[in-house]
Ligand binder design. Structure first.
Ligand SMILES: NC(=O)c1ccc[n+]([C@@H]2O[C@H](COP(=O)([O-])OP(=O)(O)OC[C@H]3O[C@@H](n4cnc5c(N)ncnc54)[C@H](O)[C@@H]3O)[C@@H](O)[C@H]2O)c1
Length: 357
C-alpha cells in the first residue's frame, strides 16, 4: 500500500540511440564552451564527486562515479542534474563498453526528474569537446599531427570531433596495447568522409606515437605515468584526458599547466595531479601548497583554468615552442549542460519515450 498520493508526472527517457540522434541537432563544442564560461564566472555549482570502487567477482577493478552539477546563469533558468557513470575494466574483453550510466535532469522548480538518458555518449563527446577547445586555445597555430594513445571509445570520439574541428590535421598516429583496437580505429577513421586526406598510422609504441605530434591525447586506463618530458616535441599540447599517463617529471617540465577545475583536482587523492598536490610538488593556482603540506623545492603551480583561457583572463600559450598540458578532470556541469541541450532537441523533435515516475 503506497503512503503518499503520487501525481502521474511523466519524464522523458532517452536511449543511447535517442541521445545520438538528438545530439546531431546540438553544437556540443559550443555547449561546452558556454558551460566553461559560466563556470569560470561563478555561475555554476560543482560539488565534489562521489567515487565508489570495488573488485568484481571475476577480479576486475570497477567503479561508480556520481557527479551532480548545476548551471545557474544570472537571469535565466538554472539547469540541474547528475551523471552517474560506472565502469568495469574487464568489459572491453567481454565485448561491451568499459563505461555506461545515466544522466538525470531535474525540473529546477519542483526538483522532480524531467529526463533520464544514457550517459556515456554525452560523456565521451563533452570530453572530446573540452579537448577541441583546448586545441583551439592552447595548441600551436594550424596543428597538423595528432597522437592518440589508447584506441577505445574516447579515442574514437576525439578523432571524430577533431577531424571536424581541426581542418589543418594531416596525420593521426594511433597506439594501443591491444593492436586490434588500433587497427579497428584506423579502419573506422579511413571510412569517414572527414578522414579523406588525413594519413592514419599505427605506432609500434607510445614513444613513437608521441614523437613529433603537435597534439598528444592519451585515452588509456593506466594508473602509472609513462610519458616522459623528453618524449614530447617543442610546441606539443598534451590533453591529459586519462589523467595518469604523464610522469610527474613531465608535469613539472611543462611550460604551462591548465586544469578544468582546481577544486576537483585538489580534492581527488587518486589521479596524478591530486597525488602531486598531496606530495607538495603541485601548488594551487594561487601558488600555495596544500594545508599541512610543505612545498618541495621543485614544485610548480597550476597556471590557469581552461575557462579562464577561453574568457581571455589568461593568455594560455605564450610561445610556439612551449609544451602545454591541459588536465581535464571532468566536470559534471558539462554533462548536465550538454544533456540539457540534447533533451531540448529531443523534446522539440519528439525523440525518446515519456515514462511515468
Ligand atoms: N577526463 C575526463 O573527463 C574523462 C572522461 C571520460 C573518460 N575518461 C577516461 O578516458 C579513458 C579512456 O576511456 P575509454 O572509455 O575509451 O576506455 P576503454 O577501456 O574502452 O579504452 C581504453 C583503451 O586504452 C588501451 N590501453 C590501456 N592501457 C594502455 C597503455 N598503457 N598503452 C596503450 N593503450 C592502453 C586499452 O587497450 C583500450 O583499448 C579512461 O581512463 C577514462 O576514465 C576521462
Amino acid at each position: 500500500m503506497d503512503f503518499e498520493r503520487y501525481p502521474d508526472t511523466p519524464f522523458r527517457y532517452l536511449t543511447r540511440a535517442d541521445v545520438v540522434a538528438a545530439a546531431h541537432g546540438v553544437d556540443i563544442v559550443q555547449a561546452v564552451a558556454d558551460a566553461l564560461l559560466l563556470h569560470a564566472s561563478g555561475q555554476s555549482v560543482l560539488p565534489e564527486e562521489a567515487y565508489l570502487g570495488w573488485t568484481t567477482p571475476e577480479g576486475d577493478s570497477a567503479r561508480l562515479l556520481a557527479m551532480p552539477g548545476a548551471l545557474t546563469p544570472t537571469g535565466a533558468r538554472p539547469v540541474i542534474g547528475m551523471k552517474t557513470i560506472n565502469a568495469s575494466l574487464g568489459n572491453p574483453d567481454r565485448g561491451i563498453p568499459r563505461s555506461q550510466g545515466f544522466t538525470l535532469l531535474l525540473d529546477p522548480e519542483t526538483a522532480r526528474p524531467r529526463a533520464l538518458m544514457e550517459a556515456a555518449y554525452i560523456s565521451a563527446m563533452r570530453t572530446a569537446a573540452v579537448s577541441a577547445l583546448a586545441v583551439r586555445h592552447l595548441a600551436v597555430d594550424a596543428p597538423g599531427s595528432l597522437a592518440l594513445i589508447g584506441c577505445g571509445p574516447l579515442a574514437r570520439a576525439h578523432a571524430q570531433l577533431l577531424l571536424r574541428t581541426v581542418p589543418t590535421l594531416r596525420r593521426i598516429t594511433l597506439y594501443d596495447l591491444a593492436t586490434d583496437r588500433a587497427k579497428d580505429l584506423a579502419a573506422h577513421l579511413a571510412a569517414l568522409p572527414e578522414g579523406a586526406g588525413v594519413e592514419t598510422r599505427l605506432a609500434p609504441g607510445p614513444r613513437e606515437a608521441v614523437a613529433d605530434a603537435e597534439l598528444v591525447i592519451p585515452v588509456t586506463t593506466v594508473t602509472q605515468g609513462y610519458i616522459e618530458p623528453d618524449w614530447l616535441r617543442p610546441g606539443a599540447l598534451v590533453c591529459h584526458v586519462s589523467l595518469d599517463d604523464l610522469t610527474e617529471a613531465a608535469v613539472l617540465a611543462a611550460d604551462t599547466l591548465v586544469v578544468d577545475d582546481w577544486s576537483l583536482v585538489r580534492d581527488d587523492p587518486r589521479r596524478l595531479l591530486g597525488r602531486m598536490h598531496r606530495a607538495g610538488t603541485l601548488l594551487g593556482p594561487d601558488g600555495t601548497p596544500r594545508e599541512g603540506v610543505t612545498a618541495r623545492p621543485d614544485a610548480r603551480a597550476v597556471d590557469a583554468t581552461l575557462g579562464d583561457v577561453i574568457a581571455g583572463r589568461h593568455p594560455g600559450r605564450r610561445h610556439p615552442d612551449e609544451v602545454v598540458v591541459s588536465n581535464p578532470f571532468g566536470m559534471s556541469v558539462l554533462d548536465v549542460a550538454v544533456a540539457d541541450r540534447v533533451h531540448a532537441h529531443a523534446e522539440a523533435t519528439g525523440l525518446g519515450s515519456l515514462l511515468p515516475l
